[in-house]
Ligand binder design. Structure first.
Ligand SMILES: Cc1cc2nc3c(=O)[nH]c(=O)nc-3n(C[C@H](O)[C@H](O)[C@H](O)COP(=O)(O)OP(=O)(O)OC[C@H]3O[C@@H](n4cnc5c(N)ncnc54)[C@H](O)[C@@H]3O)c2cc1C
Length: 233
């Protein structure tokens, strides 16, 4: 489930950073709204989501601040590997000297903003039919961890708009399946790899197997240190 709420930050800040922490139960994310409001998406188990909805506001805020700050036992092998990789990156002059920042502290939540939604992964094998076109989440649903869901839908709309325009300009009917097929092919070529990448990330971060934790730790370190890679991603 994804538990959502509008969060009040403890002070006005230059609130332009999206924070995401991968907890054993799933990622928790704060997405900036204004200088003192952020939007929460906390992915967790069904039981935990239900329990979070039952908490008083004060308990919920404590749970949130705890989830974002709690320290977990470190794996010695991973620590050693990431330290060595950091030394290597410094040697190669690739290390990023960005100042470490910390997530904002949460003071409270906006009244009635707390809710939970089921999360899922799903993809329609066909996006089109006679007089029917699927766009957005009716065609594809992904885990919200990378904030890509709505972008996929916007892409669908842009593509469909172009394809329908082409159909009308060429004197065809807008439900002409050969035009709609163009929409389906173009969007599936884009949506399926994106969905698989997001699902792959979700699975990678859902595991505590040492080789996978090592892989994601070094991957993030490399992405952080290598600016061109960061820009591509
Ligand atoms: C917890 C959570 C967090 C998310 N966070 C992000 C994020 O940070 N960034 C991001 O890009 N995406 C995020 N997403 C995904 C994003 O919300 C969806 O991809 C997006 O809302 C899909 O838009 P849509 O218009 O296709 O569908 P929806 O937003 O689901 O809209 C469909 C609408 O149709 C209505 N409807 C359904 N059935 C009928 C019916 N029979 N008759 C009439 N109306 C009907 C529904 O009530 C709804 O209003 C998140 C999703 C969840 C669940």
């Amino acid at each position: 489930m994804g538990v959502v709420a509008t969060l009040k930050l403890s002070e006005d800040i230059n609130n332009k950073i999206a924070w995401q922490r991968f907890l054993p139960s799933g990622p928790i994310a704060f997405l900036p709204l204004t200088k003192n409001l952020s939007s929460l998406v906390w992915s967790t188990t069904i039981e935990h989501a239900k329990a979070l909805l039952q908490l008083s506001e004060e308990q919920f805020v404590d749970a949130l601040n705890g989830a974002i700050c709690k320290s977990y036992e470190h794996n010695g092998i991973i620590d050693q590997a990431t330290k060595s990789f950091d030394s290597f990156l410094r040697l190669m002059n690739c290390s990023s000297d960005a100042i470490r920042q910390f997530p904002p502290k949460i003071l409270g939540i906006e009244e009635c903003s707390r809710a939970a939604f089921p999360l899922g992964f799903g993809h329609a094998t066909s996006y089109i039919g006679k007089g029917v076109v699927l766009v957005g989440d009716s065609a594809h649903r992904i885990h919200p961890l990378a904030g890509q869901g709505v972008n996929l839908g916007f892409g669908d709309v842009t593509c469909l708009n172009k394809v329908l325009g082409d159909a009308v300009y060429s004197g065809s009917k807008i439900d002409n399946l050969s035009y709609l097929k163009e929409y389906e092919t173009e969007r599936q070529r884009h949506n399926i790899p994106t969905m698989l990448a997001v699902e792959g990330l979700h699975r990678l971060y859902n595991s505590d197997l040492t080789p996978l934790v090592l892989l994601r730790s070094l991957g993030l370190q490399a992405t952080h240190a290598l600016n061109p890679l960061k820009v591509i991603i």
